[in-house]
Design a protein around this ligand. Structure first.
Ligand code: KIV
Ligand code: ZN
Length: 506
């Protein structure tokens, strides 16, 4: 069996999904869950991109134990220095240096000649090697790069000290036959005295990101890069859960294994979905709500007689419908603390006290508090700790002309502001009031509600996406509450917080 290393870039490429903005606390929480899931290397961010990115990479480096922590850098000394600074306290640091090598990128984006690109790779990979033992190099847009030039770029990086070569299909242009052949070509033709690990990095523009990654593995790649739930720039990246399951279920074919703890898959997916605000489509492989649902009578009959008839993955293998005992209002602090620990939360005394109080108030309203409820509860707690705007009262009034009126107050950190507005429905009235308080006029791009769990006493989870049409930017927010209107208001305030930070008042 070959060991395939998993490199997760949910917090870097995944955060490039429109509307996704994780704060540092959320990033650390995701990083810890990724470690539990069995990820070998996490790309924690792009340290030079912003102070926030730098702080998050640093915090992750200080908080994880076994995972290698990587930081992204362009071929620029300042980028490499900043990554070095952010990763100083990582137990296992790694740098990921990249430079585009395709004709279109070199000519129009970089405005560099091929010779200048080769010289820059040599200079900057060598420089990175003076600071990091593990240096990864990516020739960006590799799949649209002339093959012999790509080989030259890769060989230059290896000669300068890179031991990991990542081959990005940056624009999702390749297909399995072509991408696999590219790995074979590079692996057969590079020269190196030491072992070089080849890695796949695929985007899903043509829906082939997972197939391409698996083709790379068939052709010698020993590492796969991707994100949880496949989130990422445009159509997203390779969904790591899909690769992990494909390797496991079809080990007869791939003859490969990974360190992924499969029954942590659903939990990891749920956490990323909640914190990113990006919902998982119902029909998504492995973790979608319908992935284990059998609708037709013939299928149901077959599965009842023998699940093997139509089920190649048992739901419990990936942690779906695990038979875990729900908590209730009689559950004590110890049971609660133990459950939080199994869910991957390491809470200090203060956090535990606050979480337990929230749990008790939830258990008063809900017969059974499931794992999903607890994760939702923690999302709420983490949002409140990091929020700039705190939602106060939300009051609704029916207006005689058939429209709705709302009065909303928000604590902005400096003062508590209250405004009222009308709308053709309750939600519009609430959102108009919030816009008035914050002096903004974003476009409401998306709004949807889902229930955190099944049952009549389920909490509502509302997702909101606001857009700044002028700059083509989006901001997600989620709100969880028993009351749909309250959850809707929370989600809008959360997305507005990001909107205000990045775009400012209208
Ligand atoms: O898609 C891409 O080319 C990237 C690189 C930075 C590796 O994300
Ligand atoms: Zn990418």
């Amino acid at each position: 069996m070959k060991k395939i290393q998993f490199f997760d870039t949910t917090l870097r490429d995944g955060e490039q999904t429109p509307g996704v903005n994780f704060n540092t606390k959320e990033k650390v929480q995701i990083a810890k869950q990724l470690e539990k899931w069995g990820i070998d290397t996490i790309e924690a961010g792009f340290p030079i991109a912003s102070v926030g990115d730098f702080e998050a990479v640093k915090a992750i480096a200080e908080n994880v134990e076994t995972m290698t922590v990587a930081g992204l850098a362009r071929c620029q000394k300042a980028d490499i220095d900043r990554a070095y600074e952010a990763l100083q306290h990582a137990k296992h640091p790694q740098i990921h240096v990249f430079l585009a090598t395709s004709p279109v990128h070199m000519e129009y984006k970089l405005k560099m000649t091929p010779e200048e690109v080769i010289a820059s790779i040599k200079e900057h990979v060598s420089y990175a090697k003076t600071k990091f033992e593990k240096v990864q190099f990516s020739p960006e847009d590799a799949t649209r790069t002339e093959k012999n030039f790509l080989l030259k770029a890769v060989q230059t990086a290896i000669d300068a000290g890179a031991t990991i070569i990542n081959v990005p299909d940056t624009v999702g242009y390749s297909n399995p036959t072509e991408y696999g052949a590219l790995f074979k070509f590079l692996i057969d033709n590079i020269q190196s005295e030491q072992e070089i690990i080849f890695s796949s990095h695929c985007h899903d523009d043509l829906g082939m990101a997972t197939a391409n990654a698996l083709a790379a593995i068939e052709n010698g790649a020993r590492r796969v890069e991707g994100t949880v739930n496949g989130i990422g720039e445009r159509a997203g990246n390779t969904a790591l859960e899909e690769v992990a399951l494909a390797l496991y279920i079809r080990k007869d074919f791939y003859q490969s294994e990974s360190s992924i703890t499969l029954n942590e898959t659903k939990r990891t997916s749920d956490l990323v979905s909640r914190l990113s605000g990006v919902a998982v489509p119902r029909n998504k492989a492995i973790i979608g709500a319908n992935a284990y649902a059998h609708e037709s009578g013939i299928h149901q009959d077959g599965v009842l007689k023998n699940p093997d008839t139509y089920e190649i993955i048992t739901p419990s293998l990936v942690g779906v419908n695990e038979n875990s005992l729900p908590l209730g209002k009689l559950s004590g602090r110890h049971a609660f603390a133990a459950k939080m620990e199994t869910l991957g939360y390491q809470l200090n005394d203060e956090e535990l006290k606050d979480a337990f109080k929230r749990f008790k108030s939830l258990a008063d309203k809900k017969k059974q508090v499931t794992e999903d409820d607890l994760i939702a509860l923690m999302v709420g707690q983490s949002q409140e700790c990091n929020e700039t705007y705190r939602l106060g009262c939300v009051q609704l009034q029916y207006v005689s002309d058939g429209s709705q009126g709302a009065i909303v107050s928000i604590d902005t950190g400096e003062e508590t502001k209250t405004e009222s507005a009308i709308g053709s429905g309750s939600i519009q009235a609430i959102y108009n009031s919030i816009d008035k308080i914050l002096g903004q006029k974003p476009e409401l791009k998306e709004y949807y509600i889902k229930a955190v769990t099944g049952g009549e006493d389920a909490q509502a989870e509302v997702h909101v996406t606001l857009a700044d049409t002028e700059n083509n930017r989006q901001f997600n927010g989620i709100g969880i509450d028993f009351d749909v209107l309250q959850a809707s208001a929370k989600a809008y305030v959360k997305a507005s917080e990001q909107f205000q930070k990045e775009v400012g008042k209208a």
